[in-house]
Design a protein around this ligand. Structure first.
Ligand SMILES: [Zn+2]
Length: 80
């Protein structure tokens, strides 16, 4: 399994600021899996560090060919 980290910048619907989060993506390369490159859209919960409340946001993840995405985790806020 491959683990990949990405930084997300999300415009917060609660306080209208941009927050940064770290996202962990676990994926497996499956030879012959046959999946094509495509973009997935997921909804995840984020916590606004200003108001300390949760909000939902859409995130997009690029999947390469023959990749299977196993897990997506929002790790933490990096900064305001
Ligand atoms: Zn916020």
């Amino acid at each position: 399994m491959l683990t990949q980290r990405e930084t997300l910048e999300i415009a917060c619907p609660l306080c209208a600021k941009i927050h940064r989060y770290s996202m962990k993506i676990e994926k497996t390369i499956v030879v012959g899996f046959g999946s094509r490159e495509r973009q997935w859209t997921f909804t995840r919960l984020f916590t606004c560090p200003v108001k300390n409340e949760d909000f939902q946001a859409l995130i997009r993840i690029q999947q390469g060919s023959n990749e299977r995405i196993d897990n997506i985790e929002i790790e933490k806020k990096i900064s305001l």
